[in-house]
Design a protein around this ligand. Structure first.
Ligand SMILES: Nc1nc2c(ncn2[C@@H]2O[C@H](COP(=O)(O)OP(=O)(O)O)[C@@H](O)[C@H]2O)c(=O)[nH]1
Ligand SMILES: [Mg+2]
Length: 451
C-alpha cells in the first residue's frame, strides 16, 4: 500500500553510512527528493520535507540516527494537524452523524459499508446507514446489498427526497439509540452548482458531526484539488482516500493533509469490506519508515478473532496439535482481516514480502483451493491426524479432490512444516527469530528508529 514511499525512505536512509559525511547527506536528500516526486508527492511538500530533514540532521550532527529522527519528526509533522481528530471519534451525545460526500464513482457507497463494518466490529457500535443518494436508481439497491453484507441496518425511502430521508433516518436513529449514523449521498462526475446545492441542503438536514470527503487516490493531485473545492463550498472534517490499492503511487497521501488543511482519516485499499484502515499519523510514519504497524494489526486481529478460540488455538499450536480442521477455521478467520497484502504490510520488516505476495486472495488462490478441496475429502479423523493417510487413501483423496498424488504429498508436507514452524514461533523469542529471518531474506533489514 505505502510500499513506494517506504522504499524511497529506505533507499535514502541506506545512503548515509558514515558520521559527519555531508556528501552522504546530500546524496540521501537528493535521492529522497527524486523518489518522492516520482511517487507523486506534491513538489512543495517534497521541498519542505527535504530541506527540514537536511537542516535538522546537520544541526544534530550528520549520521544515520539523526537523519532517521529528523525524517520521522518531519513526516509526523506533515501528516498531523494540531488538534484535529485522529481515526474515528465519537460525540459525547450519540448518535455521531457522518455525512459521506464526494464525486460519483469515488467510492462513497463502498466506503460507507467499510466504515460501518469497522465501527461495528472494531468499535462495537450500533450503526445505521441512511441511503440519501436518490439520483441513480441502482444506488439504493447497491447500498442494500452492502448493508446486508456487513450486517448493518439501513434506512431507505425511495419515494422521499434526500433531505426527507435524512430527517426520517435521524429520527429513527435517535429513537432506537444508534451510536453512529452514516449518510451516503449522491455524487456527480464533476463539481456542479446543482450538486453543491443538494449537498448543502442535506448538510443542513443532517447537521453532521463529521463530513468525510471520499477521494479516489488514483486521480492523484486531482483528488486534492476537488477536496479543496468541497472544503470551501460545503466544509469537510476529514478525507478518506479510496482505491489506494490501485495504480496509486501513494504520494498523494503524504501531501494531502497539509495541502487541504484537513486530516486524512482513513485509507481504502481494496474492493472488499474489511479493506479499510485508520490513518493515524504516528502509525503510518512507523510503517513508512519500514518498521510496521503492530498496533493496527493487533487491533484488527483482536476485533475479528474470538479471544477464546484464539487461546485454544495457541494451546494447540504449542502442543504441536494444530490440524487441518484448525487450519480451515483459521483461514476463515484470516479472511475477516482483509487482504493478505494489507496484513503483511503491517508486520515489521514484512513490507517487501507483502509486495511479492501481491493480492493473494484467500478465497481464490489456487493453493488454498487445492488445500480446501483436499481437506474436505478427508475424514474427520484424518483431518486431525494426517499421519493416518496411507498410499491407498492418498490416491483416493487425490482422485476425490481433482489432484495428483504428488500434490497431496506436497500439501501434507507443507502443512507439517508450517505446523512445526508455528510451534517454534509460539515459544519465547520465537517471533523474534522469525522476524530476523524475514529481515535477512530481504537483505535490507529493519532500520533502527530512534525514539
Ligand atoms: N480497488 C478498489 N476499488 C474500490 C475501492 N473503493 C471503491 N471501489 C470501487 O469503485 C467503484 C465505485 O464505488 P462506489 O462506492 O459505488 O462509488 P460512489 O459512486 O462514490 O458511491 C466500485 O466498483 C467499487 O467497487 C477501493 O478502495 N479499492
Ligand atoms: Mg454511491
Amino acid at each position: 500500500m505505502l510500499d513506494t514511499l517506504t522504499d524511497s525512505f529506505k533507499n535514502a536512509i541506506g545512503k548515509i553510512r558514515f558520521h559527519d559525511d555531508e556528501k552522504a547527506l546530500k546524496k540521501a536528500t537528493t535521492e529522497l527528493k527524486k523518489s518522492l516526486l516520482k511517487a507523486d508527492v506534491h513538489h512543495k511538500v517534497v521541498k519542505d520535507l527535504v530541506s527540514t530533514v537536511e537542516i535538522e540532521t546537520k544541526k544534530n550532527g550528520v549520521g544515520k540516527d539523526n537523519f532517521l529522527k529528523a525524517l520521522q519528526d518531519k513526516l509526523t509533522d506533515i501528516l498531523t494537524i494540531e488538534g484535529a481528530p485522529k481515526g474515528f471519534t465519537f460525540v459525547s451525545k450519540p448518535p455521531t452523524v457522518v455525512l459521506m460526500i464526494g464525486l460519483q464513482g469515488s467510492g462513497k457507497t463502498t466506503t460507507t459499508g467499510k466504515l460501518a463494518l469497522f465501527l461495528k466490529e472494531q468499535k462495537k457500535k450500533k450503526v445505521l446507514i441512511i441511503a440519501a443518494d436518490l439520483q441513480r436508481l441502482a444506488a439504493v439497491e447497491q447500498l442494500r446489498q452492502i448493508s446486508t453484507q456487513v450486517e448493518v441496518d439501513l434506512y431507505e425511502d425511495e419515494d422521499a427526497s434526500a433531505t426527507q430521508v435524512v430527517e426520517d433516518g435521524l429520527y429513527k436513529a435517535q429513537n432506537e439509540l444508534y451510536d453512529v449514523v452514516l449518510i451516503d449521498t449522491a455524487g456527480r462526475l464533476a463539481i456542479d452548482d446543482e450538486l453543491m446545492e443538494e449537498l448543502a441542503n442535506v448538510k443542513t438536514a443532517a447537521n453532521p458531526d463529521e463530513l468525510f470527503y471520499v477521494a479516489d487516490a488514483m486521480t492523484g493531485q486531482d483528488a486534492v484539488r476537488t477536496a479543496q473545492t468541497f472544503k470551501e463550498k460545503i466544509g469537510i472534517t476529514g478525507v478518506i482516500l479510496s482505491k489506494f490499492d490501485g495504480d496509486s503511487k501513494g504520494g498523494v497521501a503524504l501531501g494531502l493533509t497539509q495541502q487541504v488543511g484537513v486530516p486524512l482519516r482513513f485509507i481504502g485499499a481494496g474492493e472488499k469490506m474489511p479493506d479499510l484502515e485508520q490513518f493515524i499519523s504516528e502509525r503510518i510514519v512507523s510503517r513508512l519508515m519500514g518498521a510496521g504497524d503492530v498496533e493496527s494489526l493487533a487491533e484488527k486481529a483482536a476485533a475479528s478473532i474470538d479471544p477464546k478460540e484464539a487461546k485454544r488455538m495457541t494451546q494447540k499450536i504449542k502442543k504441536g496439535q494444530f490440524n487441518f480442521n484448525d487450519f480451515l477455521a483459521q483461514m476463515e478467520q484470516m479472511k475477516k482481516l482483509g487482504s493478505m497484502k494489507s496484513i503483511m504490510g503491517m508486520i515489521p520488516g514484512m513490507g517487501n514480502m507483502a509486495k511479492q505476495l501481491g493480492d493473494m486472495d484467500l478465497d481464490n488462490s489456487e493453493e488454498i483451493k487445492q488445500i480446501k478441496a483436499l481437506v474436505s475429502s478427508m475424514t474427520p479423523k484424518e483431518r486431525e491426524n494426517p499421519d493416518l493417510l496411507n498410499n491407498t487413501r492418498k490416491r483416493r483423496l487425490a482422485a476425490g479432490s481433482g489432484l495428483e498424488v504428488m500434490h497431496v504429498n506436497r500439501v501434507l508436507k507443507q502443512f507439517k512444516n508450517a505446523s512445526k514452524m508455528a510451534k517454534k514461533m509460539s515459544t519465547k523469542g520465537g517471533m523474534k527469530q522469525m522476524q530476523e529471518m524475514m529481515a535477512g531474506m530481504q537483505g535490507g533489514g529493519i532500520p533502527n528508529i530512534p525514539r
